[in-house]
Design a protein around this ligand. Structure first.
Ligand code: PMT
Length: 440
């Protein structure tokens, strides 16, 4: 058995990692426990989370917004109809921004209003406008918690998928002893961190390609594109969070790879395909997020080409199509491609689905056509349209991290049905060796 201190530090390091880089919207409502939310903000920041605080009017009776502003490093949002805030980060932006919403403390009144679907203050409007997981940390007098009305509201919220963290039992501010205390900050954070560990890919191995490739022209010049690796790294991170073993094959980017995965760095399309092939054995899902250069110079000069002629011609040849080749060699591997388009997004994406024979295409606008979706190349946000053989889905504008998590959920669902179908087919037909999954 682990000694208590050791158990706590294991819990601590697990949630610290999962909350790193996450965008947490903390709602503070009118309860005597509001002052304890300051410690929650501090610990979230220690874990590397980005925190925005929204206070109800009741909460400001107990603690000043200045406390939360100082601790979170951002102005505290309070009013639903605040012209300045709406021009900057209004309620819809905040709802979109968050990876998750934690209300701590959540008063009896707030739980009732949320259960009714009210939207007449900023915090309840954000909760209603958001599609991210909601977590409530109730804190109130024990009798209020036990009241049938509160219990009914809690049941309603839980049935809608809201996570209840607490309340805890013990001595209360009113002098009574019972259930109604705000959970201790480390328990709240551990519960919140669970939301980022879906486990939908546990037992699976996922390979993700990311970033651009560089195709040498000479010793100092190359052909490439604007991919930053953000989308691919987010997909890899989301797969780790979903419990998969992850191999990330990345072109040259300026990003630090996420923890808990194997990152292999490459430069050219040829190196990328060689590396993919070397490590593909045992992979269950292949996700090609990389912006692989389609062409490369037929011959790269060994030295620096001198500027002599008025014009020079560069002869190019196609690079290997990594996604198409992997799918052709391993038809039983679940493959997901991306499509980056400046026009006719749906048509080109569906064409790639058929031509490359993959199970799913995640399509995004790039270039001038992408102004509304964040630009895709190099930006922090994006939007995706997913296409598969007999379906499609729309993932609206969100941070690349959030989109990646939604994409991974969709991939996990589809892959499960697809492997089940393949198993059923196996019972009827024996496939030749080349048709098997790599390494299986
Ligand atoms: O890295 P970011 O700055 O975050 O930008 C993200 C992104 C825009 C690069 C990403 O979301 C994206 O769209 N990646 C795919 C870009 C691309 O090359 O698309 P494509 O339509 O040209 O290629 C179709 C698919 O074939 C892609 O899955 C690609 O990885 C794959 N491909 C393409 C060419 C090639 N030689 N080999 C390949 O495997």
């Amino acid at each position: 058995m682990c000694p208590r201190g050791q158990q706590q530090s294991l819990l601590h390091s697990a949630y610290m990692e999962r909350l790193f880089n996450k965008r947490i919207l903390l709602g503070v409502t009118g309860s005597i426990a509001a002052y304890k939310a300051a410690e929650v903000v501090r610990r979230l920041r220690d874990a590397g989370a980005d925190v925005r605080v929204v206070m109800t009017r009741g909460a400001t009776e107990f603690v000043t917004p200045m406390t939360f502003q100082a601790l979170s490093g951002h102005p505290v949002n309070q009013e639903l109809l605040d012209t300045e805030a709406e021009a900057g980060m209004g309620h819809i932006e905040l709802a979109r921004w968050a990876d998750t919403i934690l209300v701590a403390p959540a008063s009896a009144d707030f739980l009732a209003r949320l259960a009714q679907g009210r939207a007449d203050d900023l915090l309840s409007a954000i909760c209603l406008a958001s599609d991210v997981p909601l977590a409530m940390a109730p804190a109130m007098n024990g009798q209020m918690w036990q009241n049938a009305a509160t219990q009914q509201n809690v049941r309603t919220l839980v049935a809608r998928g809201v996570l209840m963290l607490g309340p805890d039992a013990g001595e209360q501010a009113c002098g009574e002893t019972g259930v109604g205390r705000l959970q201790a900050p480390e328990i709240l954070l551990a519960g919140l961190a669970e939301l980022f560990q879906s486990g939908v890919l546990s037992g699976k191995t996922v390979m993700v390609t990311a970033g651009p490739t560089r195709e040498a022209i000479d010793a100092v010049r190359y052909l490439s594109n604007h991919s930053s690796g953000k989308m691919g790294f987010s997909v890899a991170q989301a797969a780790v969070e979903a419990g998969a073993r992850v191999i990330l094959v990345s072109g040259p980017v300026a990003m630090t790879p996420p923890d808990h995965l194997q990152c292999l760095s490459v430069v050219s399309a040829q190196e990328m395909i060689d590396t993919v092939l070397t490590h593909i054995h045992g992979v269950d899902i292949f996700i090609a997020t990389a912006a692989v250069a389609d062409y490369r110079p037929v011959k790269a000069a060994t030295g620096k080409t001198k500027k002599k002629a008025e014009r020079i011609q560069l002869e190019l040849e196609p690079t290997p199509d990594i996604l198409a080749e992997i799918k052709a060699r391993f038809p039983r591997l679940f493959c997901v491609g991306f499509a980056a388009e400046t026009e006719a997004l749906d048509e080109y994406a569906q064409d790639k689905l058929l031509r490359k024979g993959v199970e799913m295409i995640a399509a995004n606008w790039v270039g001038p056509a992408a102004t509304e979706t964040g630009g895709a190349f190099g930006s922090d946000s994006n939007a995706l349209r997913l296409f598969w053989k007999d379906g499609s889905a729309e993932l609206p504008v969100a941070s690349k991290q959030k989109l990646a998590r939604q994409l991974i959920l969709q991939i996990a669902q589809l892959e499960e049905m697809w492997s089940q179908r393949s198993l059923d087919d196996d019972k009827v037909v024996t496939l030749p060796d080349s048709g098997r999954r790599p390494g299986r």
